[in-house]
Design a protein around this ligand. Structure first.
Ligand code: SF4
Length: 211
């Protein structure tokens, strides 16, 4: 109960939707971190709406903060899932990071809206792009999160799916959190500035989901 007291003393606020999703979230993150802890934090009203809030909560209760970004991404995915699924495919955008390109063999060209993939098939972007475009998505291969925010706002998308390093995903989710845009994200399996890697099946699952 000391954890409970500490958290209550911290005076955090409770996001209503987070409480409603608490059980499901706890299940989703339980492989990475103590799901019961997350559930309890949510029920107690700890503000988990920002990455910093998640880190503070974990620190507060003496838990390892290594997976704070993963927890934050899963929370955001969960809270946005229903709205994302209800959004038509042609009202969604998919953002892929330029670091997924095959740096040596890429035939793409950089433009104001990111890289235009020439579909040479030398990286994981190719199959993901093909499937997303078949569904109706607009696909962007971007150098960073700031371009994501600009493109989403300028094109009136109602939902945005993204692949990226944990830092970029968290930052984009935080910035888009104050808008009505539904977000979903899949973190890279291997971070880095080039020749990174993602679980393609997981990305396919993210973009295909619908009501
Ligand atoms: S598939 Fe597209 S993004 Fe990937 S290496 Fe080829 S041109 Fe570049």
């Amino acid at each position: 109960m000391s954890i409970v007291k500490d958290v209550v003393k911290a005076g955090a606020k409770i996001p209503k939707k987070a409480v409603e999703s608490g059980l499901e979230i706890a299940g989703m993150v339980s492989s990475r971190i103590d799901g019961h802890l997350i559930k309890r934090l949510l029920e107690l009203g700890v503000d988990l709406s920002t990455r910093a809030g998640v880190k503070s909560a974990l620190t507060l209760v003496g838990k390892d903060t290594t997976f704070a970004d993963d927890v934050f991404i899963e929370l955001k995915n969960n809270l946005n899932r229903e709205g994302f699924r209800k959004t038509k495919y042609n009202e969604r955008a998919l953002f892929l990071p330029q670091c997924l390109r095959n740096a040596e063999k890429c035939k793409g060209k950089m433009t104001d809206a990111g890289w235009v993939c020439a579909e040479c098939g030398n990286c994981q972007i190719y199959p993901i792009k093909k499937e997303a475009e078949k569904l109706g998505y607009r696909v962007y291969v971007v150098p960073g999160g700031s371009m994501v925010i600009k493109i989403v706002k300028n094109n009136g998308f109602k939902a945005a799916a993204g692949v990226g390093c944990r830092f970029e995903l968290c930052e984009a989710a935080e910035k888009l959190g104050s808008t009505k845009i539904w977000v979903q994200g899949v973190p890279l399996l291997r971070d880095g500035c080039k020749d990174t890697e993602v679980d393609v099946n997981r990305v396919m699952g993210m973009i295909q989901q619908k009501e």
